[in-house]
Design a protein around this ligand. Sequence first.
Ligand SMILES: [Zn+2]
Length: 292
Amino acid sequence: MSGAIMSFLFPPKCVFCGRPMGAGAELAVCGGCEGRIPFSGGVWLFESGARGNPGGCDEAIGALAYKGVARSALSRYKFAQRPEYGRTFAALLCAKISRAAAERAAALGEAGNPRAAGAPGASGAPGMAWAPAGPRAPSSHGWADGAAALGEAGAARPADLPGARFDAAGGLFDIVACVPLSRARARERGYNQAEVMARHVAEYFGRPFAGRLLRRRPEALRQSGLQRRERLPNARSAFAADMAEAEKAGLGGKRVLLVDDIATTLSTLHACARELKAAGAARVIGAVAASR
Ligand SMILES: [Zn+2]
């Protein structure tokens, strides 16, 4: 849907307080709420090899702490028919990912020399390729312009609000996926809040979106899978990768950014990541709007 139609259907309102925003506001966060957003303190929730990493995601990152205005806004996003919030949550997540990538690149001493890093999809140590993705694909939202304008106005803005560019993190992953919703939920809600965010994230970073890589297993199949779990090691998982879709997306050897709205225990992200890896993904970074 085009940006013009979107703003006609959904006149921009601050996602945190509902205050009407000026026409063309790309990030629906009002000035009054900027200082109230509970940004997540940590940058990466954990890293591969860290204690307590149960396997699945190699890393995970969250933009916000799941409390205060973030908690109520995410609740409206999920349960009160506000799919338009996805764009703002995606932007906040992208800002966080970009900052984390820039910080890591600086720590690796490659900040001033992006050409030294591997190209996206290059073999070698996954996750060590920090090259910018290059110019972002033109955005139907006109995001780049809106973000640049915000940047000029906002010397005192919190560091985790989006800046003018997201492409610093484009080298971290090759493809964007999302945690699937059950069919019943999707029917009842009309949209998958993780998918809406993931589509925007893919667009912001100029990466392909593969929305059908994973599906939720019906409960009955999970139960019947219990007896056969020796032969089917992932049968107990609530998720399954679609091998035809994996083939279509060229998942083999790719690094996936796996998007969800809220992570409470990370078990969902890990379960999805294990399926993606079983289907050929080389590396999975979990990315959520908010974590507890
Ligand atoms: Zn507000």
